[in-house]
Design a protein around this ligand. Structure first.
Ligand SMILES: [Zn+2]
Length: 371
């Protein structure tokens, strides 16, 4: 995620803080300084830092459980709205998704009960209503806010943990795709409910409702995309008409190519037809500015472009595209030569085609019934 600062690594997962989160802390400090002086300012800032330590512990609940099932967890980012732990894939086994999703809220429940048992925290519903008040002791507020975090995350709608728990439970009987559709529909009704409550009580809820509604829709689309592309060979959806660049070509030649085509990503191919890199529009402009028009394509290109064999399936290509967050996946033949590209545009087109396609119709050579 752009605009975030790496603050260290915990057990092999990088911890990043988004710049807006740091601004948020400064804002809390200044706002409470103006209303209550330096004491209040330090007090509220310390509370926010502790609160986000709890959010981080929640994310590590997901991370450690995911690792048990062999899912890689490269980083976690703290935003003002909460934490986001990046998992390289979502397990399709319902039991695994259930445990990974519920582990986060359980960490907050454990912290709340730990504070009650060992720090003498007093759990009182009134503390939650006055959680920003400095008159209530720090431990009481932290205990209350951890229970709130657990409850809030268990709202049964994507992208909340509760949505994933719900899908996992449904998937045991309905299968992953159908379970996602049902969970997304329930999530959208929950979003309507939240939005309605927001109109009556708290406008913040309206924003959360919109966020939840959109997330539910995109999760459902993503899963149907995965189901639709499963078993479809990459060769039947890949882009085959594209212009390539040679690594020894100059940047000004690359720019000319950019201008006369409507491509924005150019595969760089050596004399043997093998993919050696990728040069995007952004790379070109940067190279032109920093290295000048005489620089070589090889100096400006991204190397290590993910590739996939042309006999593999489209869902595998989409998985690589998402987990590597690469602009394109190269499709190569048995001799290692580049024969096609799968890009995020392919993904978007597949979604459009999928929505318009008659039910049961499959892409690929066997899609059309014999006449
Ligand atoms: Zn969570």
């Amino acid at each position: 995620m752009g605009w975030s600062v790496n603050i260290g690594t915990i057990a092999g997962t990088a911890v990043r803080i988004h710049v807006t989160f740091l601004l948020f802390l400064v804002w809390i400090f200044v706002a409470s300084y103006m209303s209550g002086g330096p004491q209040a300012a330090w007090n509220s800032t310390a509370f926010m830092v502790l609160l986000f330590a709890c959010v981080l512990a929640h994310e590590f609940g997901h991370i450690f459980t995911a690792r048990v099932f062999g899912v890689a967890t490269p980083d976690v980012t703290l935003l003002p709205i909460g934490g986001v732990a990046r998992l390289e894939r979502i397990p399709e086994k319902p039991q695994e998704e259930f445990l990974i999703a519920i582990a986060g809220p359980l960490v907050n429940v454990a912290i709340a009960f730990g504070l009650v048992a060992f720090a003498g925290a007093n759990l009182d519903a009134r503390h939650l209503a006055a959680v920003e008040s400095a008159r209530i002791s720090m431990v009481d507020r932290l205990a209350a806010v951890n229970l709130f975090l657990a409850a809030f995350n268990m709202i049964p709608a994507f992208p909340m943990d509760g949505g994933r728990v719900l899908r996992a439970l449904l998937a045991i009987r309905l299968g992953f795709v159908r379970a996602t559709e049902v969970a997304a529909t329930i999530g959208q009704w929950v979003a309507f409910g939240l939005g309605f409550l927001g109109l009556l009580y708290n406008p913040m809820l309206i924003f959360i409702a919109i966020f939840v509604y959109l997330a539910a829709a995109s999760e459902a689309r993503l899963v149907s995309l995965r189901a639709m592309s499963r078993g479809v060979p990459v060769s039947s959806a890949m882009v085959t008409q594209f212009v390539t660049l040679a690594p020894e070509a100059h940047i000004d030649e690359a720019v000319e190519t950019l201008l006369r085509t409507n491509q924005s990503e150019f595969p760089v191919v050596d004399s043997g037809g093998r993919l050696v890199g990728l040069l995007g529009r952004g790379d070109m402009i940067r190279a032109l500015k920093q290295l000048g028009p005489d620089a070589r394509v090889a100096e400006a290109m991204t190397t290590q472009v993910p590739t996939i064999g042309y006999r593999q399936t489209l869902d595998e290509a989409f998985r690589i595209l998402q987990t590597k967050s690469a602009p394109a996946v190269g499709v190569i033949d048995a001799a290692g030569r580049l024969v096609g590209l799968i890009t995020s545009e392919t993904l978007g087109e597949m979604l459009l085609v999928g929505e318009a396609m008659p039910k049961g119709y499959r892409l690929g050579p066997w899609g059309r019934r014999a006449a």
